[in-house]
Ligand binder design. Structure first.
Ligand SMILES: Cc1ncc(COP(=O)(O)O)c(C=O)c1O
Length: 386
């Protein structure tokens, strides 16, 4: 059973009070102004209070579901035929509920490597088997097909990807989606970073394919784009036939999504793409800073590699020539140099012969702090790499 890496790195960071974090996947901005206003207004309105104080519909409040439908069908152009919509406490929770519903003990789920660790744990908690497949950073559908067994129930894609930052081209996602349809599998498409595209390959959800609704699960999060990680709000489009099972999980775990958070989420979705755009522009500058800094250090002989230019999300994978495992490298970076990253092992990237991988997140620090964190990182790597 995988153990959670974020609390482990958090524990290390508590031992080094001035540590700068390139570790956790959060953004540096807070939610749109209207979010706080909506929450305050909800608390100040007596009639609203009554509904906030009571259980709501299992699948989410109708006003928010309308906004979600508008977002998914109107803006993302998904074919929602044959789907139901579900609001959850973050998209991780939706993934957990889906794993509980679609998996019997021993059933397999294909996760292209590198994987997202919470997917692994959700599958394991459902007594399923996560099958990490080295199919390339843009996963090759044929290599995924070769990993299908009679126990396979689903293939997961994450695009834009965590931890590689790769934006998977629409044609590849469509091919994986077709493969799932042909082989009777679900395609779980985690689109937590849908808004985070910095290059020329656009975000192209597989759920856009006509007729994909009966086997495609599309998951979204408000944590990243809207800076609402602590509010815990995600949503998804799921094949209608899964709704009864999902209702069992949701009713048992949460009864209904927190209603005040749903009010806040409604305001966030109202702010929409226009509000997100300038934040993406600032993030793109920070991405350039990170990539330029790493390239400069590489040119001066630091033994690092960047396996792929990350065109999405806010992550960069860095290969490091060192006899240390990634976990040990992170520990020394935190304790001796005051900078945190995540080790590749958390994403299923083994430490191969004399090399470890790090995932850097440039989302959380504004430019001056990011510069300082990168300086510390390079000082540390110069000392620790061979
Ligand atoms: C791929 C992916 N999906 C989901 C999440 C979590 O989203 P939420 O906060 O909505 O549970 C993350 C957070 O790092 C993520 O990287």
């Amino acid at each position: 059973m995988l153990t959670p890496v974020i609390p482990r790195v958090g524990e290390l960071m508590r031992r080094r009070a001035d540590c700068l974090s390139l570790a956790q996947g959060m953004v540096s901005w807070g939610p749109p102004e209207g979010v706080h206003e909506a929450a305050k207004a909800a608390l100040n309105t007596e009639s609203t209070m009554a509904s906030l104080d009571r259980y709501g519909p299992m699948e989410g409040d109708p006003e928010l579901l309308d906004a979600v439908r508008q977002e998914l069908a109107g803006r993302q152009h998904l074919d929602l035929d044959g789907t139901a919509l579900l609001v959850t406490a973050g998209s991780n929770m939706a993934f957990h509920a889906i794993a509980q519903v679609i998996l019997d003990p021993g059933d397999e789920v294909i996760l292209p490597l590198p994987w997202y660790f919470n997917h692994v744990m959700a599958i394991q908690l459902a007594a399923g088997v996560p099958v990490g497949v080295p199919a390339g950073l843009v996963p090759d559908p044929e290599r995924l097909a070769a990993a299908i067994t009679p126990r396979t129930r689903a293939i997961v894609t994450v695009s834009p990807a965590n931890p590689s930052g790769v934006v998977i081209p629409g044609a590849v996602l469509a091919a994986i989606n077709r493969l799932c349809a042909e082989r009777g599998l679900f395609h779980i498409s985690d689109e937590a970073y849908a808004a985070f595209v910095h290059g020329s390959v656009p975000h192209h959800p597989p759920g856009r394919t006509r007729g994909s609704g009966s086997h495609t699960i599309t998951l979204h999060s408000l944590s990243k784009a809207y800076g609402m990680a602590g509010w815990r709000l995600g949503y998804g489009a799921v094949p209608s036939q899964l709704l009864a099972g999902l209702a069992q999980v949701q009713d048992t775990v949460m009864i209904c999504p927190p209603r005040i958070t749903q009010r806040a989420a409604l305001a966030a979705l109202g702010a929409g793409a226009a509000w997100i755009a300038p934040r993406m522009a600032s993030l793109k500058e920070r991405r350039s800073l990170v990539l330029d800094t790493l390239a400069g250090a590489q040119a001066q002989g630091l033994p690092i590699t960047i396996p792929v230019v990350p065109d999405g999300a806010f992550y960069v994978l860095v290969g490091c020539a060192t006899p240390l495992a990634g976990e040990a490298l992170v520990e020394r970076l935190v304790l001796e140099h005051g900078v945190a990253a995540l080790p590749g092992e958390a994403f299923g990237l083994g430490d191969g012969e004399g090399a470890a991988q790090l995932r850097l997140s440039y989302g959380m620090l504004d430019t001056p702090l990011l510069k300082a964190a990168l300086e510390r990182l390079l000082v540390g790597l110069r000392e620790l790499l061979v």
